[in-house]
Design a protein around this ligand. Sequence first.
Ligand SMILES: Cc1cc2nc3c(=O)[nH]c(=O)nc-3n(C[C@H](O)[C@H](O)[C@H](O)COP(=O)(O)OP(=O)(O)OC[C@H]3O[C@@H](n4cnc5c(N)ncnc54)[C@H](O)[C@@H]3O)c2cc1C
Length: 302
Amino acid sequence: MNLDISLLQKKFGKSLIINESLAKYSWFNLGGLADIFFKPESKDQLKKFLREIIEKNEQVYILGAGSNTLIRDSGVKGVVIKLGSKFSDIKLIEKDIIEVGAAALDRQVSDFAKNNCISKMEFLSCIPGSIGGAITMNSGCYGSDISEILLSIKAIDEQGQEKEIKSHEIEFYYRGTNIPKNYIILSARLKGIISSRELIENEQKKLIQRKKESQPSQIKTCGSTFKNNNNKKAWMLIKESGCEKFYIGDAKISEKHCNFFINNGKAKSSDIEKLINKVKREVQTKTGVDLELEIKIIGNEK
Ligand SMILES: Cc1cc2nc3c(=O)[nH]c(=O)nc-3n(C[C@H](O)[C@H](O)[C@H](O)COP(=O)(O)OP(=O)(O)OC[C@H]3O[C@@H](n4cnc5c(N)ncnc54)[C@H](O)[C@@H]3O)c2cc1C
């Protein structure tokens, strides 16, 4: 590590933790230690930290709510930055526009929109992540995704420079965007349409129920493991290839939705990753399709 850890500790106090266990920050409940875990208290502190580490060539990862991220057992030899509650404000800007901090949870944003009679954000009630993660992943479900409601983002580049990027300047694709990987999204403006609270609530309930029926809940998972293929959903390819009952140790495939991989209690990250690779190979052999990962895998291999 090229960083002077004790100097950083002096400068950033309790916002900086050395050797923090990352398992509690991933929905798989897995992952080793981060050399440096930084949870900024403010935008200014974040900028100061980035300026401090810029020259040192350290690996820097941004974590949202960790609902789409598998963290390797060896942890992160470098820096993990997680925006916390100081970055989760939700404000009404105009009657149909809200500004949300990147750490705000999708569900909270959906509820805030409902309480202000703003429609088009109902789908966020069933995505278990943060707004920063949802924008990075262009998350969505049931025919909607965040690109449709995003007006602009504010982000910080790796040098600590803040910029505003309008939605039309961003290229969105299925479960991703061209926002540079090292940008940290701070906040976003979202625009919906005015509707009745009752209609919005009914729509939210409908979507949540639909999710409950088709996907497992109360389990350690990061949702869909692979992206859907152009012609066929990933779960169909997994099923057709006979992988549904594959497992490695306690890394299993959900019986309810075979694109959801699970830590069934005592799995290691490496078990999940081995299971991913096993399924990928089998699907390639049986169908010729090279499945692409939807979840992100971070950390060092050894
Ligand atoms: C049960 C379950 C159901 C799910 N259903 C859906 C679904 O229906 N539709 C769907 O699209 N997804 C779904 N997901 C996946 C996941 O919830 C989404 O991808 C979510 O948007 C990820 O948000 P997060 O904050 O947890 O991101 P993380 O997992 O923390 O991070 C994901 C990516 O976003 C980046 N990131 C996070 N915050 C920031 C930031 N502030 N600035 C820059 N980069 C950032 C990370 O670096 C990483 O590359 C599901 C997951 C689970 C566990």
